[in-house]
Design a protein around this ligand. Structure first.
Ligand code: GDP
Length: 363
């Protein structure tokens, strides 16, 4: 599965957000097999209105959404890259996640200590990012002597790796994240370096309750920063989300409407995390269940089948494919087939977001 690590300075609302995320999952536990895996790791259902529609059309007994894992990585402080505040351990935790959700304090509250003094989310973001950049620079510099020695002995692999690392180190020394300096065509080589600042980032602006619908001057600063970096930002009030997470569907909608909100901030965080990871969803619909499955964009049919079961990839023959819109328009698979909208695709087919698939395979 894919996972997002929640990071940020102390007292910005990480745990509140994480608990709200997992409480929502727990509240729905009757229907969904999601739960807190470890104290700081939770698997969360990815809300998808398309699945509600499919379960209706397919008259399936139940729906099973796809899921995303969140990890609460607490304890990052200034100096973490030098081992401050168990820094190394937290950095190691970040190394293991696919994407970073960076929570920024955008609420004022005199009762809640800010470790850096006043509220200034852009400064906070820079503190964390600096620690991540220092950790990356450190890890690259540690590899240098050995690689340089091998390169002097005409080791082609070492020479190639040095060439990949050079622009990354230059960027980091200038205070830019490594993701801004990935040499064209070297994405895979860079990925193997397991750097922190090549991971995609989503900023979450934790605003006060009154600003949940509109944002505030702090979240505007974060959004400007995000726009300049080509990153995404989401406005959330963790305090509201904590309340929302305790409510059932109907109550929840009324509560959100009362606050002028269309959907819960958590739903937006989950959706943004999904997008950040370059993920898309295909569906299977049968009498027992309508189910959503997660793949990375660009995945071909046999590998998409492997998400359901490894044997599906090995024995893959073909897949019957109906695009989501066609499935809805023609009232299901039979209707789509009659209308000529059901395709048989082979092993080179790149599965599209929203495809309703039925795999044919040898066992
Ligand atoms: P963490 O250290 O980043 O995990 O922060 P916590 O989630 O533990 O929150 C720190 C404190 O800030 C707690 O007392 C929370 O109740 C409070 N807090 C979190 N979000 C908000 C918010 O949106 N508004 C206000 N006023 N307090 C919040």
């Amino acid at each position: 599965g894919f996972n997002c690590g929640i990071v940020g300075l102390p007292n910005v609302g990480k745990s509140t957000l994480f608990n709200a995320l997992t409480a929502t999952a727990t509240a729905q536990a009757a229907n969904y097999p999601f739960c807190t895996i470890e104290p700081n790791t939770g698997r969360v259902a990815v809300p998808d209105p398309r699945l509600d529609k499919l379960v209706e059309i397919g008259k399936s007994q139940r729906e099973v959404p796809t899921s995303l894992e969140f990890v609460d990585i607490a304890g990052l402080v200034r100096g973490a890259s030098k081992g401050e505040g168990l820094g190394n351990q937290f950095l190691a935790n970040i190394r293991e996640v696919d994407a970073i959700i960076h929570v920024l304090r955008c609420f004022e509250d005199d009762d809640i200590t800010h470790v850096e003094g006043g509220v200034d989310p852009v400064r906070d973001a820079d503190i964390i990012e600096t620690e991540l950049m220092l950790a990356d620079l450190d890890s690259l510099e540690k590899r240098l002597p050995n690689l340089e020695k091998r390169a002097r002995n005409r080791d082609a692999e070492a020479t190639a790796q040095l060439a990949v690392m050079a622009p990354l180190m230059e960027a980091l020394r200038e205070g830019r994240p490594a993701r801004t300096a990935i040499p064209a065509g070297e994405e895979e080589a860079v990925r193997r370096l397991q750097l922190l600042t090549t991971k995609p980032v989503l900023y979450v602006c934790n605003v006060d309750e009154d600003s949940a619908a509109t944002g505030n001057k702090f979240s505007e600063q974060v959004q400007a920063k995000a726009a300049a970096e080509g990153a995404a930002a989401v406005i959330v009030s963790a305090a509201i989300e904590a309340e929302v997470s305790q409510l059932e569907n109907e109550e929840r909608r009324e509560f959100l409407e009362g606050l002028g909100l269309q959907d819960s901030g958590l739903d937006r965080v989950i959706a943004a995390g999904y997008k950040l990871l370059g993920l898309c969803t295909y569906f299977t619909v049968g009498p027992k269940e309508a189910r959503a499955w997660t793949i990375t964009a660009g995945t071909k049919a046999p590998q998409a089948a492997a998400v359901i079961h490894n044997d599906f990839e090995r024995g893959f023959i073909a897949c019957e494919t109906v695009a989501y819109d066609d499935y809805v328009q023609y009232g299901g698979e039979a209707g789509a087939k009659e209308a000529g909208r059901l395709r048989i695709e082979g092993r080179d087919y790149v599965v599209q977001d929203g495809d309703v698939l039925l795999f044919r395979f040898n066992v």
